[in-house]
Design a protein around this ligand. Structure first.
Ligand SMILES: Nc1nc2c(c(=O)[nH]1)N[C@H]1C(S)=C(S)[C@@H](COP(=O)(O)O)O[C@H]1N2
Ligand SMILES: [Mo]
Length: 426
């Protein structure tokens, strides 16, 4: 802005004061304002504000742009009692502060078993060995010179909503559903890399291994590896963040987050699953009868209303926007239904924005709130016809001993004050 236009402002202000308000009266009701019901002048309109008076900071003062200082509350959070140490823990995406389908890079939930590995890409290697014709080692530069692809996918930790198996516990969708992010990945297909090494006929399973202090590893069946998996070095148009596995991570669309090995350094090709610690002692679903479900890779259809929710109460009567996210590891989301009265009436939500395979969709219900109590739920249906179950339907099949794969319908009670609570309908 030039100095001259700043100097012009007082006269423009006078003009608004004299003519602008009178004009507003006409527009509102076409009746003259009486003295007693004339609106109080709003200083935010009638006074020149500092940001309007003074020049702002110049270009390139912020070499890497950050959110406005008024957005400080938009942050990842953890739950202190959940884990013993922060190096093997989880932080949650603030879903109630976000919109659209892409999770901002700095707000992605993190799940580390041995802290964040800080790896110079020049020092990173990816080895492929085992049942291959040519064991290979790739540098990051090698990978960047192979044919590149871009895909948008969600990653959900199998433990998302895992604290809710025995009943409503955590007050906020950030904590009940925030172990998910949805990013645009750039990289190469896993198939490209495997083809280069040449799979032996008896190649059936891969073992993916991370370079972090936990050396986390998981088994991946070859059919999935050749289907739609990626080795990603980019997210949301730039390099992966260290938290997300910089410089290289596995992208295993629709499958539980644990298999998306970060800081990926080795792929061993074998003829059977490895039974790594991750997949035997953890990421296994203990059933009521003492048996366990093993290799439950796919994340079933699920949804959550992000607003209103306990961290995002209703503040206004009348016009309101309800919004949320839905996803399915088996394909696309076909439909999301929402109830405001605990399931008596359902309406189909409006999905807005891209509907992609194994990606979240954004849904909306525009509604009027007259201050009555609400019991809000959302229910997703995916392209296979699968309908998101209630929590009780899930418990009937799976008991309550598990931590993993809780995709039951979430209920928020909104009180007449607008405050919202995590509840279950009995
Ligand atoms: N090397 C390595 N890969 C890993 C992990 C890890 O601790 N080390 N955590 C796994 C788990 S349990 C999940 S849910 C996802 C989390 O990915 P994020 O941190 O990008 O959210 O990464 C997976 N990949
Ligand atoms: Mo996880």
């Amino acid at each position: 802005m030039s100095d001259k236009s700043s100097a012009d402002i007082p006269s423009r202000r006078k003009f608004l004061g004299a003519a602008g308000l009178a004009g507003a009266g006409v527009a509102l009701g076409a009746r003259p304002l009486k003295a007693q019901d004339a609106p109080k002048p709003d200083p935010l309109i009638t006074e020149v504000q500092d940001w309007n008076r003074y020049l702002g900071e110049g270009v390139a003062k912020r070499p890497y742009g950050m959110p406005s200082k008024f957005e400080k509350h938009v942050a990842r959070r953890d739950v202190s009692w959940l884990t013993a140490v922060p190096e093997s823990s989880v932080s949650f995406t603030p879903l109630h502060e976000l919109d659209g389908i892409i999770t901002p890079s700095g707000l992605c939930f993190e799940r580390h078993h041995g802290g964040i590995a800080e790896i110079n890409p020049a020092d990173h290697r990816l080895m492929i060995n085992g049942l291959v014709d040519r064991p290979l080692v790739f540098t990051m530069d090698d990978l960047r010179r192979m044919p590149r692809v871009n895909k948008i996918h969600f990653l959900e930790c199998a433990a998302n909503s895992g604290m809710e198996w025995r009943g409503a516990q955590l007050n906020g969708c950030q904590f009940t559903h925030g172990m998910i992010h949805n990013l645009m990945y750039t990289g190469v297909t896993l198939k490209t890399v495997l083809d280069e090494a040449g799979l032996k006929p008896n190649a059936k399973w891969l073992m993916l291994e991370g370079a972090d202090a936990s050396g986390m590893n998981r088994s991946l069946p070859i059919e999935k590896a050749l289907d739609d998996c990626m080795l990603a070095f980019g997210m949301n148009g730039e390099a992966l963040r260290p938290e997300q596995g910089y410089p290289l991570r596995a992208v295993i669309p629709g499958w539980e987050g644990n298999i998306w090995v970060k800081w990926l350094r080795r792929i061993e090709v074998g003829d059977m699953p490895w039974q790594t610690r991750e997949e035997t002692s953890k990421y296994t679903d203990l059933l009521a009868n003492g048996r366990a479900r093993w290799h439950t890779f796919v994340m079933d259809a699920k949804s959550v209303v992000t607003n209103p929710s306990p961290q995002a109460p209703l503040r206004h009567k009348g016009r309101n926007v309800l919004t949320g996210l839905a996803w399915s590891g088996r394909g696309t989301v076909k439909r999301v239904d929402v109830t405001l009265d605990g399931g008596r009436n359902w309406r189909t939500a409006r999905i807005d924005g891209p509907v992609l395979e194994k990606s979240v969709v954004r849904f909306y219900v525009d509604f009027d709130w007259n201050g009555q109590e609400l019991m809000i739920q959302s229910r997703a249906m995916d392209s296979t016809g699968y309908v998101q179950p209630t929590k009780d339907e899930l418990r009937k099949v799976r008991g309550v001993n598990s931590i993993y794969h809780n995709n039951g319908i979430q209920t928020w009670l909104v009180r007449s004050t607008g405050e919202a609570e995590n509840v279950e309908i009995g």
